[in-house]
Every structure is written in structure tokens, then in C-alpha cells.
Design a protein around this ligand. Structure first.
Ligand SMILES: [Zn+2]
Length: 800
């Protein structure tokens, strides 16, 4: 490959010159300034209309491709005065006549173009040897906007607008004729960068300063719209001069520098009076509206997600919402911010083009698709529909049917329009050993876009209250917010329909995080009180995963007396917030282990179904779920029969005491909520018996039903089998104390263990006597319950 440079096609030329030649060629072409050579507006637009189809075929969006039209037509198309320089369009230049075309038969060689009034100071003259030279300069503008966009902005001087603006349309001509003082130039957009960067990549890069880049992120915070002068008219107050001198402040900075001298009276020049200026008002001075926002990287594992200060202006102000995903093209640079007398250098992106991608976080279902999906559903009974949905949920996970059904219920949630304002989101916890299916289920529900593109996840080890829920914003000053603002965390930024995944929940560690999450999950909002008051809305369902003992490949120890939830380092008060808790243990081959937790019978029905093949429309799985999310509650949600059924199940379950404990009111609320979610999956606005039974069949597999003692506040936290072993140990220790110790308060712990082992009466096939090292963990729990006391190697039994 021969580089263009080596081939001598790119002449050595400084960037100012290159930008200027490009800008003049661009402005002359699109304004109709070359009409006398045959490139009239009609020719430009006819060629443009044809080229647009070619650009679209080359994956340049239609809105970008439109920039190949004449300015006047482009203004009409986008319904505003804005000039767009798109790299893809400029570099391809398919809309420009080919050098062999007879459309340029009258093109002069050389072509001389002058902007501004010939002979005056600001006049700019460029010469192009021939049409090909002109066309190259035009195409090179694409390189210029990528590599030195500021230089291109610099070259769009008032004189350039004065000359070419007047050609665009009569309205602009009139405004310019009144004087450039009253003319503010159209908004400039730059776009067409191919590679999307993450904020992290951008900040770490040393290559991108001053260049045009494209960044993806989520709008985390927004400041107030503010105004900045882009042209200041200074009125000379020396004697009776009153002359006006214009200055053009830096496009991106707030600095307003006064002129050195007055060209009307000579003030400021040697031997003349000192200058004295006042700023003239609008329209002599013109302003642009700008707004700052904090863009946050979403696909990151870092505790503090990388964020980037972005400045948008003109029509992009207020064009997006907090929490939205956006792609921003802009000029990356350094901004010097004065903070209490100290200069801070910050990364800043000056947006020149902005695309909201939040349409991606909403799943659109067309009326035709709705109709097709509704008929598809009508042809089947409810069980069949649920089987298909379950089958394509996390298809790479074998078995775990109940957990998959639970994910479907969570994704859809209960009715949003319930009159009593009950929470409608379903929280699920998966606890288990590392490497089990739980991570794959979490990944399906939250990491990809399989169920909903708005889902997101965080990792407990790296999560903090600000990161998960939010807090007081530290950016109010930087963003120019008139009041202190709250910075929302992940939960607050999940759009309706999305699920917040928290992996490695056991590693959250901080009690305060659990307390805040408790509120967030129960009420859907958290109050923030850090020198200010406010609440953060956190209306998102949570899918949490927890491993035992810090997760460093250790496994749950079922032979010890330590409650399972404690082994996962989770407070029981927090765990009780979950509607459904499923346990995944890496012990399915061992029958005894399996029965200890019960219900560890994972089905073995493998399914590798394509999520879409089972549905009548493309992307049918997600679209069907979206339809379910939109089902609203009927005025009577549970009829008499359904209400009675629900009550019967609850009462019956309450009567069934497991290990002395039974389900509580939270369980009843969960059954109700899950029944509503099932009804929605049936596209039904009321709940029937079948829905309740289906919800119940999932709920009975949850730890909250099987082992209420383990997850209810105030319980011992032990499972049935653990409790049985514990009771036997305690019985034998009491015997030992009476038989062996007599009047002594304490005896050797080893003797105690020997006694327990010798007289163990439970069937050892089901409930073996613990090993000596595990005996200690039982003693720890008994000591916490104040039943035994340990003193070094000695042990005493209390309350005898
Ligand atoms: Zn003056």
C-alpha cells in the first residue's frame, strides 16, 4: 500500500491552512456559492438525494447523510439552522460531482474564493488549482474535524458567514445585511467518528486530546442550562467615543477578555488615554446556551465508575434525561476550573453531536407484533406459554426450572397501578457455592439484554452506597447546579422493566450498605442525609447472588452449627426482604448433603432452544415480556374465589411449623405479589386460582417456605437438619454435665465431645455426629444462644 502522503497527494501544509481550505470549500459548495460554475442549489440537492441512499447503504444514518444537501434544504429537513460536518460524508464525498463529470465543465482552473470584503483586514482568500484540488480540500475537511476540530471552528469566522451566509436564504441574507453584529452563526455539529470509546479508554488515552471522539455512557447528573457569550460587543467609554469593538471569546471557555485598544478613538494605544469598556447587551453581544452533565461508564467493574464532564450546547441542552444512555461525539480536552483560588485541570468533552440510545432501553412492540403475540398466546393454555418462556430463559443452564420461572416473574413484576401503593417488584436471592448455575442465571437476567436492555449489575465487593443507591452529588459546583443535587446510583438508574443484579452480595460487608439496601428494596426509596435532605427513588427489582464465607472458593459448610445466612455474611433482617431465596449447593452427588438442604433436585432437562424460534415475531421473547409488563390491574384484582384460595394457602402454610418456625406476613405478601406477576405473564388484569397455584409452586421451593427459621428475623437461623443435630448435641451436653461433672461448673471440652460421640442416638446415616472440628462451630452457636460457656479448653453448660 502506498500512503497518500508518499504518493505526493497530500501536500505539506499546516493545519490552520488545511482547515481553512476545507472550510471555505465546504461553505462555498453548500451555500450555493459555486452556482455560476454549474453547482446550483438544485444540482447540489439532486445529487445529494441520490447520494443519501448510497450513504445509508454504507451504514451512515439518514440524519447524518442529510448533511450532503445544500444548507437551505438541510435546515428545512432538520427544522433548525445547524451546519453539520460529518466525517463519513465528507471523506466519501459521494454527493460531489466526479472529476470526470460534465457537471463541472465550467469549473475554473484555478478557482479563487474570497470570504469577507476584499481589501479589508479580515478577508480570506483561498485558491484551488482546479476542481480536483477543490474536491480534495473538501474531502480533507473530514480529516480536519477528526484531528483538529478546534482549528475548523476557528476558521468559521464572521467573514465566512458574511459571505456565504447571505447566499443561503433571504432570511439569513437580511440578518447579515443589517450587520454582522446582529447575526449569530448557526449551530455547528460534527459527527461521523466510527470507533466508540469507553470513558475509561478515553481518559487513559494520551492520543485523544483536542480530537473529535465518540463516547458511550449514561447521563448520571445534569446541571442547569447557563449562558456564555460567544461574541461580546465592548462599548468604549473613553470621552464620548461610544465605539463598539467585538471580541470572540474562546468557543468553550468562560473567559471574557477586553480589547487592548479602541480602533475608533485610539484609546489604549501609546500616548492615548487608557481604555474603559462596558459590555453592550444583546443583540450586539450574543450568547449560547450550554449545559454540563456527568456521563458515567456503565460497563465497568470499578467501585467508582469512570465519569466524564460533558458540555452540550444549543439544541442539545435539555435534550436528554438523567439515567439515559447516550452516544456523544465531541471534542475531548482539558478544562481549567477555578476551585477556591486553585486551578483544577479536568477532562471535558465538548459535545458536537449527541445520540440518545435510550430507545434501546425501551422495548418497542408494534401493533402488528402485539396482535401476533396475543393470538399466539390465545392458541395455547397458560401452562404451555409458561413452558415455552421457561425453556428459552437462560437456555445454557440445565434444570433449575423453578429459578428460571422466578426470573420471568421478576422481569415482569406485579401490577404497577395497584391502588395501595404496594411494591410491585419481586426481589430474588440466589445463594450458593461458587461455580454453580447461579452466576449464569444472574448473567442472563442482568448482564445481557436478553430479558431487558435496561438491566444492569454491580459486584458486591466493589459496590458502595453511592454506587448502588446514590448520595449527595459532589459535582453541583462543576455542573453549575443552582441547588445541591443527589447523584443517583445503579438502582436509581434502572429504567422500568430492568433488573438490578448484585453479584457477590456477601462481600458488601458494610452494615450501612445493607441498611440502605433494606430501605431501597422495601419502600423503593432511600433518604439521604448528608448535610442535606432528600430521597432517591430506587424502584428496581433486585437479583442478588451470595457465596459463602467471602466467596474465595470456599463452600457452604453444612456440617457446622453456623447458620447458612451467617456463613454468607448476610444480616437476616436484610435477607428477609427477598420474596424468593434459592439455594445452590455444589453437593448434588451426595445424597445426604442434598437432603440436608432439601429440594436440591435439579432437573436434568437440557434445552438449547433459540430464544426466538418459539415465537411468531422476531425478538418475540423480549417483546412478549414487554407486553406482560404493560398489563394493568383491573379494579377487582382478586375475586372472592381467588381471595379465598390465597387465604387458604397462607393459613395452611402457617399451620405447618418447620423446626418450630413458620412463614410470616412477608411470605403472604410475596405470594400475593408473585401471583400478580404470574397473572401478568398470562396477559390477565386479574388473578385467578391457576395463577396463585403457579406462584405457590415456585414459592414452596424457596428457602422462605422450606426453612422459615433460617430467614425469619428472631429465628435461630439454623436449618431443620442443623437444628436436629444441635438439639442432640445439647441433650448430650446436659447429660454430660450432670453425669460427669457433678458439682463442677466446667469440664474438658475434649471429654464433652467424647461423651457426645459415645452416646449419639440419631441415625448416623441421616444425622451423623459432627467431627470434632465441626463440634466447635456448634459450640460457638450454642454459646451465642447463651446455652453453654467456654473458658479456654473448658466447657460449661448453663441453666442447669
Ligand atoms: Zn474609543
Amino acid at each position: 500500500m502506498v500512503l497518500a502522503w508518499q504518493a505526493g497527494q497530500i501536500q505539506p501544509m499546516n493545519r490552520k491552512r488545511r482547515a481553512r481550505r476545507g472550510v471555505i470549500a465546504f461553505m462555498a459548495y453548500h451555500s450555493g456559492g459555486l452556482a455560476e460554475y454549474g453547482l446550483t442549489r438544485e444540482v447540489i440537492d439532486t445529487r445529494g438525494m441520490e447520494a443519501i441512499e448510497e450513504y445509508v447503504a454504507e451504514n451512515i444514518s439518514r440524519s447524518r447523510a442529510l448533511s450532503c444537501l445544500s444548507f437551505d434544504t438541510y435546515f428545512h429537513e432538520i427544522e433548525r439552522e445547524a451546519v453539520c460536518m460529518d466525517r463519513g460524508v465528507l471523506q466519501r464525498a459521494l454527493h460531489l460531482p466526479h472529476p470526470n463529470s460534465n457537471q463541472i465543465i465550467n469549473f475554473p482552473s484555478p478557482l479563487t474564493i474570497t470570504a469577507g470584503q476584499v481589501g479589508t483586514n479580515g478577508a480570506i482568500t483561498e485558491q484551488y488549482a482546479n476542481y480536483e484540488d477543490f474536491r480534495n480540500a473538501y474531502m480533507e475537511l473530514g480529516l480536519c474535524i477528526t484531528n483538529f476540530p478546534n482549528e475548523v471552528i476557528e476558521q468559521l469566522k464572521a467573514e465566512v458567514w458574511q459571505t456565504f451566509g447571505a447566499l443561503i436564504n433571504p432570511d439569513m441574507a437580511l440578518r447579515l445585511a443589517v450587520g454582522t453584529d446582529c447575526f449569530s452563526s448557526p449551530e455547528l455539529r460534527m459527527s461521523g467518528i466510527d470507533d466508540e470509546m469507553t470513558i475509561d479508554d478515553l481518559i487513559c488515552s494520551t492520543q485523544q486530546g483536542g480530537k473529535l471522539v465518540k463516547v458511550v455512557g449514561q447521563v448520571a447528573e445534569m446541571g442547569d442550562p447557563r449562558k456564555r457569550a460567544i461574541k461580546i460587543a465592548w462599548r468604549c467609554k473613553v470621552n464620548d467615543c461610544n465605539g463598539l469593538i467585538n471580541t470572540y471569546p474562546d468557543y468553550f471557555e468562560d473567559k471574557e477578555i477586553k480589547p487592548d485598544s479602541c480602533s475608533h478613538c485610539g484609546a489604549g494605544n501609546a500616548g492615548n488615554p487608557r481604555t474603559a469598556w462596558v459590555q453592550a447587551g444583546e443583540p450586539d453581544t450574543s450568547f449560547v446556551t450550554f449545559q454540563r452533565l456527568m456521563l458515567r461508564q456503565t460497563n465497568t467493574q470499578k467501585t467508582t465508575p469512570p465519569s466524564l464532564l460533558v458540555e452540550v450546547r444549543g439544541t442539545h441542552v435539555h435534550s436528554m434525561n438523567q439515567g439515559e444512555d447516550v452516544v456523544i461525539t465531541g471534542i475531548f480536552g482539558t478544562h481549567v476550573e477555578n476551585n477556591n483560588g486553585k486551578n483544577e485541570r479536568l477532562h471535558v468533552l465538548h459535545a458536537t453531536d449527541l445520540t440518545r440510545t435510550s430507545q434501546d432501553s425501551v422495548i418497542e412492540v408494534t401493533p402488528t407484533e402485539r396482535h401476533a403475540l396475543a393470538s399466539w398466546k390465545e392458541e395455547k393454555n397458560f401452562q404451555e406459554v409458561m413452558d415455552i418462556l421457561t425453556n428459552v430463559t437462560a437456555p445454557n443452564v440445565i434444570g433449575h426450572t423453578r429459578e428460571k420461572q422466578a426470573l420471568l416473574l421478576q422481569s415482569v413484576g406485579s401490577y404497577a397501578n395497584l391502588p395501595d401503593g404496594k411494591r410491585n417488584f419481586v426481589h430474588i436471592m440466589l445463594i450458593g457455592d461458587p461455580g454453580t448455575a447461579k452466576s449464569q442465571l444472574l448473567s442472563f437476567a442482568c448482564q445481557g439484554e436478553a430479558m431487558h436492555p435496561g438491566s444492569n449489575y454491580a459486584t458486591g465487593a466493589r459496590a458502595s452506597i453511592p454506587g448502588l443507591i446514590g448520595g449527595k452529588s459532589e459535582n453541583a459546583r462543576l455542573l453549575g447546579s443552582s441547588r445541591s443535587t443527589l447523584q443517583p446510583g445503579m438502582l436509581a438508574l434502572i429504567p422500568p422493566g430492568g433488573v438490578a443484579g448484585i453479584d457477590e452480595m456477601h462481600a458488601l460487608g458494610d452494615q450501612n450498605v445493607f441498611t440502605a439496601l433494606n430501605d431501597a428494596m422495601e419502600t423503593g426509596q432511600v433518604s439521604v442525609q448528608m448535610q442535606m435532605k432528600g430521597t432517591i427513588q430506587t424502584r428496581a427489582p433486585v437479583l442478588a447472588c451470595a457465596n459463602p464465607k467471602g466467596g474465595d472458593n470456599s463452600r457452604f459448610d453444612l456440617y457446622s452449627g453456623i447458620p447458612l445466612i451467617e456463613q454468607a455474611r448476610l444480616p437476616v433482617s436484610f435477607v428477609s426482604r427477598f420474596d424468593l431465596i434459592f439455594v445452590f449447593l455444589d453437593v448434588v452427588n451426595d445424597e445426604r448433603d442434598a437432603t440436608i438442604m432439601g429440594g436440591m433436585t435439579a432437573g436434568m432437562n437440557s434445552s438449547n432452544a433459540d430464544p426466538n424460534e418459539s415465537f411468531p415475531v422476531e425478538d418475540g421473547y423480549r417483546k412478549y415480556l414487554q407486553m406482560c409488563r404493560e398489563v394493568e390491574a383491573a379494579p377487582v384484582l382478586f375475586d372472592d374465589e381467588a381471595t379465598k384460595h390465597l387465604t387458604d394457602i397462607f393459613v395452611k402454610t402457617r399451620q405447618n411449623r418447620v423446626n418450630g418456625a413458620t412463614v410470616n406476613f412477608r411470605w403472604g405478601a410475596a405470594l400475593q405479589r408473585l401471583s400478580c406477576a404470574v397473572a401478568r405473564l398470562d396477559l390477565s388484569s386479574s388473578v385467578n386460582k391457576e395463577h396463585i397455584d403457579y406462584a405457590h409452586s415456585i414459592l414452596v421451593e424457596s428457602l422462605t417456605t422450606k426453612e422459615p427459621n433460617m430467614v425469619n428475623e428472631g429465628g435461630t437461623g439454623l436449618g431443620q437438619e442443623q437444628s436436629k443435630v444441635m438439639d442432640e448435641i445439647m441433650r448430650l451436653l446436659e447429660d454430660w454435665s450432670i453425669m460427669e461433672l457433678g458439682q463442677k461448673e466446667f469440664g474438658d471440652k475434649k471429654d464433652a465431645y467424647a461423651y457426645v460421640k459415645k452416646f449419639w442416638q440419631l441415625d448416623s446415616a441421616d444425622y451423623a455426629c459432627p467431627e470434632e472440628r465441626d463440634f466447635d462451630t456448634f459450640l460457638t452457636t450454642l454459646s451465642k444462644q447463651n446455652k453453654v460457656e467456654r473458658k479456654g479448653k473448658n466447657l460449661g453448660v448453663k441453666g442447669l
